[in-house]
Structure formats: structure tokens, C-alpha cells
Design a protein around this ligand. Structure first.
Ligand code: TYM
Length: 334
């Protein structure tokens, strides 16, 4: 069975539609036929300044949402990154193989650090992709289901894995990104050329999956659309409508062509109302389930403890091989 690993940051109260369609939906699909490891990457979330109580709450809320969305702890290993200290340990090894310039070329780092200025950019943001590489290769993952924005980080992971193996002998599996073309980039409803993002300046174009359906319906109905009135998929000339078609199709299971046909003689208004309905119908039961799971904190803790044990068994074996390969003397067993 091929191994899969992916992670998501607990940096918001709710995942947004991009997180779900770009990544988590694929996590759920892959877990049955693969040996899947999924984690809430709380250490990565430390690159954003957050109140401790808020971080704690969001981390558990993320776990509850993943399960409500279909990530099944019976079928995969679900855990919190900081429960497995080997992530930081392998990250250090990989940091010592990464060029300063190489890390500086990561576009997410460049964008974020440019926005905040160098004094307000933490070093953790610079090494962030290297910790991500450790997350992946610690589990010898073959596939990494993510959205398009993570492609460069997976490329870096591959480069670091190849560098490690060529210097120290075959130790780490070289992973591939698993990026679904149709949902690789869900865009902001108010700015359909930019990706939907937790860090967007305004929340009005972001659909939070746990949000009240009325709020989401309002956002969808006021989505920026294009001149013209035909509901057709044309990313270049109609990015707003194309984005809504992608969302509809991914959630309703209908093909884009079928949706286009059913709106052949109707306008944008009716189309947007249907997208709002599709979103509400899909996420209402999930919101309820996430609330129930979150109320049972003992149950969540148990799942996480089991997940951490399973994850550590794999992680500690990879770390021991990597330490050995680079010449660190293992502690003597007594
Ligand atoms: P994060 O938490 O920002 O996002 C989680 C996942 O959601 C995807 N995504 C999107 N997909 C399509 N359209 C969008 N608008 C959109 N916005 C977000 C992201 O691509 C991601 O797959 N660095 C990672 C977290 C991470 C990780 C890992 C991922 C840490 N370690 C190891 C994979 C493997 C991140 O920032 O995700």
C-alpha cells in the first residue's frame, strides 16, 4: 500500500472551502486504499502570533472538523504534529542540508515576509517549508495531497530527500504531490484571481465551512462575477463564474457541463442561489457533527493519543535511520 501524508494548520476557527476542496476531500478519498497519515500542524501555526488559549481551541476544532469531514481514525492515522517530537528532530537535519538562498526562494515566504517586513518576519517562517519536508519524509510518504499553493514546498521536499539520499545512502522516500487539477485552487469570491485564504485582508470572499449558512449564502450571492450573463466555464474571461462552477461541481457531484446546461437560459442570480444551496446542504450536517465531536473532548483525546502512538512508531524508525546514515552515534542500549 502506498503511503500518504498531509497536514493542515490550525490557524482559523474554521477551515475554508479551499482547504476542503483543495486538500481534505482528497485526504478522505485516499484513506481507504492507502496507508494514510494526517496531522494538524500546530508547530507550523506558531509562525503566526496567536493567543495560547486560541491555538489550543483551534487545534482541537481542526481535529473535530477533519473527522466530521470524513477523515476516519479507523482508516488512517490522525494526530497532532507536536505530539511527535521527531518532526523537529528531522527538520534540524534537513535544515543543515538546505541552502539559505534555496529557502529564500520559497514564494510563500517571500510574499509573507514582504508584507510584514523583515523585522516582523520570524525565522520560523523561513524554515517553515523544511519542517514541512520533515513532516512528509518522516513517514516515507509516496503521495502528498495538497492544493496548488503547496507545489513548491513539495518540490523542495523532493530536492532535500534526493540530496540526503545521494550524500548518505538511500534512506528517505521521495514523495510526489497529489494535486487534483479541478480543485487545485479555489479562489476568493471577491477577488476571483486570488486564492481563497485564511490570511485574506477581508473575510467577505472566504467561505468558512463552519459558518452560518445565511452568512455564506450572502457571501456567495454577492460574489464578484463577470460582465455577460451566461453561466459558462471560462477561467480566462469569467474567473468568478468559473470559480463558482468549480465549487458547485465539487460539492454536488454534477459535471460542469451539466450545470452549464441547466442554467442555459437563466442568469447569474439564479445560479448563485443554487450554489448557496449546494454549499448549505453539504456543510450543515458537517457543522453539527463537528460540534458534537468537539463537545466530547475525552473522545478526541483518545483518538489523538492512539494516533500519536502509531505515528511515533513510524517516525522514530525513520529518524533512527537518518541519524545513523549521517553519522550520529546512537546511544548505547543498557
Ligand atoms: P494550510 O493549512 O494553509 O492549508 C491546508 C491545505 O489546503 C490547501 N488550500 C487550498 N487548496 C485550494 N484552494 C485554496 N484556495 C486553498 N487554500 C489552501 C493547501 O494547499 C493545503 O493543502 N504548508 C501547509 C501545511 C503543511 C503540510 C505539511 C501539508 C504542513 N506540513 C505536510 C502537506 C504535508 C499549509 O500551509 O496548509
Amino acid at each position: 500500500m502506498k503511503r500518504v501524508l498531509s497536514g493542515i494548520q490550525p490557524t482559523a476557527e474554521s477551515f475554508h472551502l479551499g482547504n476542503y476542496l483543495g486538500a481534505v476531500k482528497q485526504w478522505v478519498e485516499l484513506q481507504s486504499e492507502h496507508d494514510a497519515f494526517y496531522c494538524v500542524v500546530d508547530l507550523h501555526a506558531l509562525t503566526v502570533e496567536t493567543d495560547p488559549a486560541v491555538l489550543r481551541r483551534r487545534t482541537l476544532a481542526s481535529v473535530a472538523q477533519l473527522i466530521a469531514l470524513g477523515v476516519d481514525p479507523q482508516k488512517c492515522t490522525l494526530f497532532i504534529q507536536s505530539h511527535v517530537p521527531e518532526h523537529n528532530q528531522l527538520a534540524w537535519v534537513l535544515e543543515c542540508l538546505t541552502g539559505f538562498g534555496e529557502a529564500g526562494r520559497m514564494t510563500q515566504f517571500k510574499d509573507k515576509s514582504q508584507k510584514s517586513g523583515s523585522d516582523r518576519t520570524v525565522v520560523g517562517l523561513f524554515t517553515y517549508p523544511i519542517l514541512q519536508a520533515a513532516d512528509i519524509m518522516l513517514y516515507q510518504a509516496n503521495l502528498v495531497p495538497v492544493g496548488e499553493d503547496q507545489r513548491q514546498h513539495i518540490e523542495l521536499t523532493r530536492d532535500l530527500g534526493e540530496r540526503f539520499n545521494s550524500r548518505f545512502g538511500a534512506t528517505l522516500t521521495i514523495p510526489e504531490a497529489y494535486i487534483l487539477k479541478s480543485a487545485a485552487k479555489i479562489n476568493d469570491l471577491q477577488d476571483p484571481l486570488a486564492k481563497m485564504s485564511k490570511s485574506a485582508a477581508s473575510n467577505s470572499g472566504v467561505i468558512d465551512i463552519l459558518d452560518n449558512p445565511d452568512i455564506n449564502a450572502k457571501k456567495i450571492k454577492s460574489a464578484v462575477t463577470d460582465t455577460g450573463k451566461e453561466v459558462v466555464f471560462d477561467e480566462k474571461n469569467k474567473p468568478g463564474i468559473s470559480n463558482l462552477l468549480t465549487i458547485h461541481s465539487a460539492l454536488s457531484g454534477k459535471t460542469i457541463a451539466d450545470i452549464e446546461n441547466s442554467f442555459a437560459h437563466k442568469g447569474y442570480g439564479e445560479f448563485k442561489s443554487e450554489v448557496a444551496d449546494v454549499v448549505a446542504t453539504y456543510f450543515t450536517p458537517i457543522r453539527k457533527k463537528a460540534e458534537e465531536l468537539l463537545a466530547d473532548s475525552q473522545g478526541l483525546q483518545k483518538i489523538l493519543a492512539e494516533g500519536a502512538d502509531k505515528a511515533r512508531a513510524v517516525a522514530s524508525a525513520t529518524l533512527a535511520s537518518a541519524y545513523d546514515a549521517i553519522g550520529l552515534v546512537p546511544p548505547r542500549k543498557r
